[in-house]
Design a protein around this ligand. Structure first.
Ligand SMILES: N[C@@H](CCC(=O)N[C@@H](CS)C(=O)NCC(=O)O)C(=O)O
Length: 221
């Protein structure tokens, strides 16, 4: 039975970015231990509603704590972001675009453009819920006819439904936030994991020889 990590992500979530970067950096090491990774775009707003949760910034104590944790995570994962003025955005358009790209383009291009959404929004301050900003971000990796194809696909009933279905799938897997993971061990048994700060438990669950979240030298992080 193949070990795997199904990883549910939304570009509106900075912790999804950290988890994505971390898994991408460790992809080869994981694959060498037979662990496959799949990134699945979901709508975090729908996960909050469906699970009865609220975004952390809505609870005053969490909102006050969050900047500390976020800064530490940025330092740890080696990335600098800042919360844009327009936050939060409705991430339906970008997440529908990712749903379309996932199904219609090679996985390398899909992973490259997913990363680009976080860069565009969180590092460069672009409101990618706006069609023109989303199209401009897509055009960093796709030609103009492909950008049109993706934007049209994202707005089609079929891909709107597919994003709903993935969000439902995450909820069925127990999700109440992002990043959410459904991890399958070597016997085919699945367990849920939440957050970019739980990889050490994941390695333990997958019976990998790493005891810490970091499987690399500190200097290489
Ligand atoms: N401790 C987690 C926090 C992740 C987190 O706060 N995710 C947000 C979205 S960016 C969320 O969905 N939170 C739901 C919750 O905290 O209940 C981590 O370090 O990754």
């Amino acid at each position: 039975m193949g070990k795997r990590i199904d990883c549910y992500l939304d570009c509106v979530s900075p912790y999804s970015y950290y988890a994505f970067l971390y898994l991408q950096q460790n992809k080869a090491a994981l694959l060498s231990h037979g662990v496959e990774i799949e990134y699945i775009p979901v709508f975090l707003g729908g996960i909050n509603v469906g699970s009865g949760n609220q975004p952390p910034w809505k609870l005053p104590a969490k909102a006050a704590y969050s900047p500390f944790d976020n800064k530490r995570a940025q330092k740890y994962f080696g990335v600098e972001i800042s919360t844009p003025d327009f936050f939060p955005i409705l991430s339906l358009l970008p997440q529908r675009c990712m749903t379309y790209v996932k199904e219609n383009f090679p996985v390398e291009r899909y992973e490259a453009i997913f990363k680009e959404l976080w860069i565009s929004m969180w590092e460069q301050g672009n409101d990618i819920s706006k069609p023109e900003k989303m199209a401009a971000t897509l055009s960093r990796h796709f030609g103009s006819s492909e950008v049109k194809q993706i934007m049209d696909g994202a707005n089609s009933p079929q891909f709107k439904q597919k994003l709903n279905d993935s969000t439902k799938r995450a909820l069925d897997a127990g999700a109440f936030g992002c990043p959410w993971f459904e991890v399958t061990d070597g016997r085919g048994v699945k367990e849920p994991f939440f957050g970019s700060d739980r990889f050490h438990y994941m390695w333990q669950y997958l019976d990998l020889p790493w005891t810490d979240i970091s499987i690399r030298e500190k200097s290489k992080l």
